[in-house]
Design a binder for this molecule. Structure first.
Ligand SMILES: Cc1cc2nc3c(=O)[nH]c(=O)nc-3n(C[C@H](O)[C@H](O)[C@H](O)COP(=O)(O)OP(=O)(O)OC[C@H]3O[C@@H](n4cnc5c(N)ncnc54)[C@H](O)[C@@H]3O)c2cc1C
Ligand code: FES
Length: 637
C-alpha cells in the first residue's frame, strides 16, 4: 500500500468530482485519469481550479516501477466459478503502473494561444520528443503524434468531434484520453498535460511516453482459480488473428476476470498478416503483434498449433485434432479465410504456394531470387506479391481471368492505371487466361502451362485466386452457415446459438451502411471491430458495429486507400489524374457515394470515412463538380 498525495495544480472541468485532497490507493491509476483530464485544455469558462497534493511515503520515493499487483498466478489451482467474472474499478486500478519522478518529465512552452485556430492540429517539439497539440472548441489537448499502428503522422490526419483519424488506414483516437476508438491497431496514444499561462500554451509530458508514442489500455487480470491443464475456459477463442486477439484484449480491458483461452493453428503468437504479401522477407518475429510475455502478463492463454476439428454446441465443447477437448461458457469463432483451391494438372509439383504464413512468404522470396516467378490471380494478395518480387526475381508474370486487374473492386479505369504501373516495372500480364498445368522436373516447378497453350518458365508460383471462410469444422456443429460457408451473426456478433459468437473474415454481419443487410467484409480493420463488439456482447454489454470499413494495399511504394463498402457500385467518379496515380475515385450506387479509393491524395479517404461515419450521405453530384472544399475546409495544417 502506498500513500499518494498529488501535487498538481490543474483546472478540472466542472462535473468531475474529487472528494479528498489526499488520496489513498493501491495504484497510480488516479494519477493517470487526472492527468488525462488535466491533459485537456483549460480555457473553457466552465473550468474551475482544483489543487490536489501528492506526497510519497519515504519507502516508495525511489520506486520507478510499481511491482505487479501481487496476485497469485491464476494458473495455480482450478475452480471454474461458472459465472463470467467482471472486475470492479478497484481491481482494474490495481493493474501494474509506473510511478514517475519529476525528472521523468519535460515541460515546454510550445505556442501562443492565438497561434492556433479551432480545429487545428500541430506537431510540437518538447526537446525530448514530439507531441500532437490540438485545439478544438477553444480547448487544447496533447497526445502522441504517431499512429501506433504503422506510425503515420497524425497531424496529417483528420480532426473531428473529439477524435483524430489517421490519414493512412483510418484508426481513430480520442483527443482527450488518447484511447483508440476505431481500428486498425491495438494500442492507444499517451496523453500529455496542457496548461495555458499568460496566453502561452505549455505542455508537460512524461519522457518515456514521448519516446514510445503508444500505450496499451489497462487490463484486468484473471482472478478465477485455473489450472492450465483443465479442459474448461470461460471464454474460448478459436483463432488468433485480429478478431480473436482484439476480442481477448477487449475482454481484459473491460474488466473480465475469468479464464480466456485463445487457440490457433499458427506456430506463432499473433502477427501482422497484411505484411506477408508486402514484405516477403519479414520473419514471424518481425511481424509479431503481441509477444507471449505480453499475453501472459494479461492472462490470455495462447495454444499454438492447435486445430479445432469439431464443435459440440450442446455439450459446449470443442475437440482439437490431437483429441484434446475443451469446454467453454462462451465461444468466439474467428478462423479467418483459407485460400480457394485451384484446379490444374500437376497438384503435387513443389514450389507452388498460397500465401498464409510467414514461412510461405519467406519461401517465395527465397525461391524467386533471380528466378522466374508466376502469380496466378489478380487479387490484392497476388498483385502485392508480384510488386514485391520485381526487384528480386529475374521475371514476374501474372495470369488473370479478367481483362483488367481489380476491375470488380476498383473499376476499369483504376485497374488499367495500376496494370500500367506494373508493366512499367517489367511485370508481364497474361490476362483472360487460366492455368491448365504445373509441370515439374524432379518434382520442382519448371513451367506453368496456360489454357491458351502458352508455356511460362517458372521456378516459383503463387496462387492468389481468392479465399473462402475457414469454417469446414463447423459442418456438424449446429452453428448455422450459408451456402458459401459464411457464418451469419447478429448485430452483437452472436450466431444462431446462444453464447456462440463469430467474427472476422468468416461472418456475414448486418452492416448499418447497407440498411443492415448481411455482408461479408474480409478486411484487417473490420476483423478488429468484430472482435471488440463480440467481446462486449459476451460480457453482457451488447454494442453495435459503428465503423466505416477501411482497407489498404501497397505496390511499388505507392499506397492505395479505400473506405466504405463499394459492392455493387454502378458508377465511378474520378478526380485527379488516374494515369499519374494521383487520384480519388468515388464509387456510387444510385446517386449515392458508397465507397472511395485514392492514391497520393491523403487524407481524402480518411475525410470521406469521417463524413460517412457521422451518418451523412454523400451524393454523386457532390463529388462530380471537382470542388471538394466541403471535405477539406477544416482539419490539420
Ligand atoms: C497475404 C495477405 C495480405 C493481406 N493484406 C491485407 C491488407 O493489406 N489490408 C487488409 O485490410 N486486409 C488484408 N488481408 C486480409 C486480412 O488479413 C484478413 O481480413 C484478416 O486477417 C482477417 O482476420 P480474422 O481474425 O478473421 O482471421 P485471420 O487473421 O485469418 O486469423 C485466423 C486465425 O484462425 C486460426 N484458425 C483457422 N482455423 C482454425 C481451426 N480450425 N482451429 C484453430 N485455429 C484456426 C488461424 O490459425 C489464425 O490464427 C490480407 C490477407 C492476406 C492472407
Ligand atoms: S498507420 Fe494509422 S491506421 Fe495505420
Amino acid at each position: 500500500m502506498i500513500d499518494l498525495c498529488l501535487q498538481l495544480v490543474c483546472f478540472i472541468p466542472q462535473g468531475l468530482h474529487i472528494c479528498q485532497d489526499t488520496i489513498r490507493r493501491e495504484s497510480t491509476d488516479l494519477l493517470r485519469s487526472l492527468s488525462t483530464e488535466a491533459g485537456r485544455s483549460h480555457c473553457s469558462r466552465n473550468s474551475i481550479e482544483v489543487k490536489v497534493e501528492l506526497t510519497l511515503l519515504e519507502k516508495d520515493k525511489e520506486a520507478d516501477v510499481m511491482s505487479p499487483n501481487g496476485k497469485a498466478s491464476p494458473f495455480s489451482d482450478c475452480r471454474p466459478n461458472g459465472a463470467l467474472g467482471h472486475c470492479s474499478d478497484e481491481d482494474a486500478a490495481a493493474a501494474p503502473l509506473r510511478l514517475y519522478k519529476p525528472r521523468d518529465y519535460v515541460e515546454a512552452s510550445v505556442c501562443h494561444v492565438k497561434d492556433m485556430e479551432n480545429g487545428q492540429m500541430r506537431e510540437v517539439d518538447l526537446g525530448s520528443g514530439r507531441a500532437l497539440l490540438i485545439k478544438e472548441h477553444g480547448e487544447f489537448s496533447a497526445i502522441g503524434h504517431k499512429c501506433p499502428h504503422y506510425g503515420a503522422p497524425l497531424v496529417k490526419g483528420v480532426l473531428s468531434k473529439g477524435h483524430v483519424r489517421c490519414p493512412w488506414h483510418g484508426a481513430c483516437f480520442n483527443i482527450a484520453t488518447g484511447d483508440i476508438e476505431d481500428f486498425p491497431g491495438l494500442d492507444s496514444l499517451p496523453t500529455f498535460q496542457v496548461r495555458v499561462e499568460k496566453d502561452k500554451v505549455i505542455i508537460r509530458a512524461n519522457k518515456q511516453d514521448l519516446q514510445s508514442q503508444k500505450r496499451s489500455k489497462a487490463m484486468a487480470r484473471c482472478s478465477a482459480v485455473v489450472n492450465s491443464s483443465t479442459g474448461f475456459s470461460h471464454i474460448l477463442i478459436v483463432g488468433s488473428g485480429p478478431a480473436g486477439l482484439v476480442c481477448a484484449e477487449t475482454l481484459r480491458q473491460e474488466g473480465f476476470t475469468d479464464r480466456i483461452v485463445m487457440c490457433t493453428m499458427d506456430k506463432y503468437p499473433p502477427y501482422d498478416r497484411p505484411k506477408l504479401s508486402k514484405s516477403l522477407e519479414s520473419t514471424a518475429e518481425q511481424l509479431q503483434l503481441r509477444s507471449i510475455d505480453f499475453l501472459q502478463a494479461h492472462d490470455i492463454e495462447l495454444l499454438t498449433e492447435k486445430e479445432v476439428v469439431a464443435v459440440d454446441v450442446k455439450a459446449k465443447a470443442v475437440t482439437f485434432q490431437d483429441g484434446f477437448r475443451m469446454e467453454y461458457k462462451r465461444l468466439f469463432i474467428a478462423t479467418g479465410s483459407k485460400p480457394k483451391p485451384l484446379n490444374y494438372k500437376g497438384q503435387d509439383v513443389r514450389n507452388v504456394f498460397h500465401l498464409r504464413t510467414p514461412e510461405d512468404a519467406n519461401n517465395v522470396a527465397r525461391l524467386a531470387n533471380n528466378k522466374n516467378a508466376v502469380i496466378v490471380g489478380t487479387s490484392f494478395v497476388g498483385m502485392e506479391v508480384a510488386a514485391a518480387l520485381t526487384d528480386k526475381a529475374h521475371s514476374v508474370s501474372i495470369i488473370g481471368i479478367e481483362a483488367v486487374p481489380f476491375r470488380k473492386a476498383l473499376g476499369e479505369k483504376v485497374g488499367k492505371a495500376i496494370m500500367k504501373l506494373f508493366e512499367t516495372n517489367r511485370v508481364k500480364f497474361y490476362m483472360l487466361n487460366e492455368v491448365s498445368e504445373m509441370v515439374g522436373h524432379h518434382g520442382q516447378l519448371k513451367e506453368v502451362v496456360l489454357k491458351s497453350g502458352k508455356v511460362l518458365r517458372a521456378d516459383v508460383c503463387i496462387i492468389g485466386t481468392g479465399s473462402g471462410p475457414a469454417t469446414g469444422f463447423l459442418k456438424q456443429s449446429g452453428v448455422h452457415m450459408d451456402s458459401k460457408g459464411f457464418v451469419p451473426v447478429n448485430k452483437t456478433m452472436q450466431t444462431n446459438i446462444d453464447g456462440v459468437y463469430a467474427g472476422g473474415d468468416i461472418v456475414t454481419f448486418p452492416f448499418p451502411g447497407r440498411s443492415n443487410k448481411k455482408v461479408n467484409i474480409p478486411h484487417w480493420q473490420m476483423a478488429h471491430v468484430h472482435g471488440r463488439v463480440a467481446a462486449l456482447g459476451m460480457m453482457g454489454r451488447p454494442t453495435e458495429i459503428k465503423t466505416v470499413p477501411y482497407f489498404w494495399s501497397a505496390m511499388f511504394g505507392k499506397s492505395l486507400r479505400y473506405a466504405g463498402y463499394g459492392e455493387g457500385f454502378d458508377d465511378v467518379v474520378i478526380q485527379g489524374d488516374v494515369d499519374e496515380l494521383k487520384f480519388v475515385a468515388f464509387y456510387t450506387r444510385s446517386e449515392e457515394v458508397v465507397a472511395v479509393a485514392s492514391m497520393n491524395y491523403d487524407p481524402i479517404v480518411s475525410r470521406v470515412a469521417e463524413v460517412l461515419g457521422s451518418g451523412k450521405t454523400i451524393r454523386k453530384r457532390d463529388v462530380e463538380t471537382g470542388d471538394m472544399s466541403w471535405l477539406i475546409d477544416k482539419g490539420s495544417q
